[in-house]
Design a protein around this ligand. Structure first.
Ligand code: ATP
Ligand code: MG
Length: 206
């Protein structure tokens, strides 16, 4: 390498180092400024794949730290779910809305009943300070269909124990829930295997 190239590399390196130091100082400042501890409301919404897996991932992360977690799945039918097999063994309580045979009738009244029962259970969890993290998987649809009352959901979320974290997943989350939330991520579909005729795969899709 020529001397000229050497010194230009050095300059590049110096500039890079300086930029990184400035960036680190800014990040450190923001970390130092973030002082508050509180239970978070997280929303994972959008049309792309990954909302429920991220929700369960958060539960796994919490359980890994010894926190107490509970899951309510607002899903139809006896949909098997790999995360349940794993997390139940690790002390996570599951409540699945659609396990009752009535759900299979596709009758609106029984759908509402099942949704209401799951919501009653969710409300108990939202009043229980011993539960550190709750996943309300696919609850957004219940609000959209008006199977459960939006104002009740907002009230229960607002009145929950101060340190309790809640994760909400599902497409088209109501804007009032998004406004109430602390952290909101929207998963955007770029492509999905299903569009190319590929079946849902065990361990990846369920
Ligand atoms: P996952 O459970 O895989 O994290 P999700 O919770 O983001 O997905 P849902 O809308 O709840 O998505 O749909 C659940 C199922 O539908 C999953 O099997 C998922 O792979 C599939 N799915 C999700 N998004 C799409 C999409 N854009 N096109 C086709 N199938 C999808
Ligand atoms: Mg989902």
């Amino acid at each position: 390498m020529t001397d000229e190239k050497d010194s230009s590399n050095e300059k590049d390196n110096d500039r890079h180092k300086k930029r990184m130091q400035q960036q680190k100082a800014k990040v450190d400042e923001r970390i130092a400024a973030a002082q508050e501890d509180k239970g978070l409301l997280l929303v994972l919404t959008g049309n792309g794949k990954g909302k429920s897996t991220a929700g369960f991932g958060t539960i796994a992360r919490a359980v890994g730290h010894g926190l107490k977690a509970a899951v309510v799945q607002y899903v139809k039918g006896g949909w098997e779910c790999g995360e349940r097999n794993l997390l139940e063994k690790n002390g996570v309580e599951f409540h699945v809305m659609g396990t009752g045979f009535t759900w299979e009738t596709q009758d609106k009244d029984t759908d509402i009943q099942a949704a209401q029962a799951a919501w009653e259970h969710s409300k108990k969890l939202l009043q229980d300070p011993s539960i550190d993290v709750i996943l309300l998987d696919e609850i957004t649809y219940m609000v959209t269909y008006k199977y459960i009352d939006l104002d009740e959901v907002l009230a229960a979320l607002t009145a929950r124990p101060k340190d309790q974290h809640v994760v909400i997943t599902g497409r088209a989350c109501h804007r009032s829930i998004i406004e109430l939330a602390d952290t909101v991520s929207e998963v955007r579909p770029v492509k999905h295997a299903f569009d190319n005729g590929i079946k849902a795969q065990k361990g990846i899709d369920w």
